[in-house]
Design a protein around this ligand. Sequence first.
Ligand code: NDP
Length: 246
Amino acid sequence: GRPLDGKVALVTGGSRGIGEATALRLAADGAAVALTYQSREDRAEQVVKRIEQAGGRAWAVRADSADPEAVWASVAGVAERFGRLDILVNNAGVGVLGPFEGITLEDVDRVLRTNVRAPFLAAQAAAGHLTEGGRIITIGSCMAERVAFPGGSLYATSKAALAGLTKALARELGPRGITANLVTPGPIDTEMNPADGESAEMQAGLTALGAYGQASDVAATVAHLAGEGGRYITGASIAVDGGFAV
Ligand code: NDP
């Protein structure tokens, strides 16, 4: 059998980028996968189709992470549709970079709602469904480990909060055999941070490997944590950043 046969996963922001690669990888490992998206229904349905064509089970649900009702409904919806929930991947996120002075109250609210409040609420909702062997995996950022250039005040604030959440969840849910971990990507080639973008050369130069990573690199670590290999890993922060934070 495959490592995740019989498991059910929810990947937030699974329509593109790291979330898409993660949804495809968890499905290839045998999990039934639900994925949320904000607006790109076309892309979300493409991911579902690819999983189904490979013989897997998938479901796309529109759920704006900034909206708590939508977050709760997506978690309840997966558990209802697939009958259980084993793996939550908090991936959906927004990157607002720019000079500290220029960050607006609206920016602060939108980024904290999406990057911090949503993972908190999703974990809380998921905890009611997860059983022994359950997994909560959250996507942070290397920018919370090493703020190597200006403009990251809001983004780093949001991503740093996830380390506290992860450690607290590890303590809280450990007695139930549920793990919680953080994965911190470096520059990964996605629509959020294209490898041919304006600051790409600068970002690549800040890594030890001197290069961007692929979404599948992050997905591979999420898959490891989700499977048997993650059994004794909890409260950890695992960098998939090419050495950005070194
Ligand atoms: P992309 O912008 O390529 O994709 C973002 C995904 O999240 C899409 O599926 C998008 O849905 C979804 N999403 C965005 N906002 C919301 C929302 N409010 N509600 C629901 N879904 C939403 O991003 P990446 O794949 O690059 O990033 C994924 C995660 O990895 C983020 O948390 C990001 O901060 C983190 N990260 C990325 C790095 C990088 O270099 N790429 C580096 C470090 C961390 P839709 O398609 O509908 O818009």
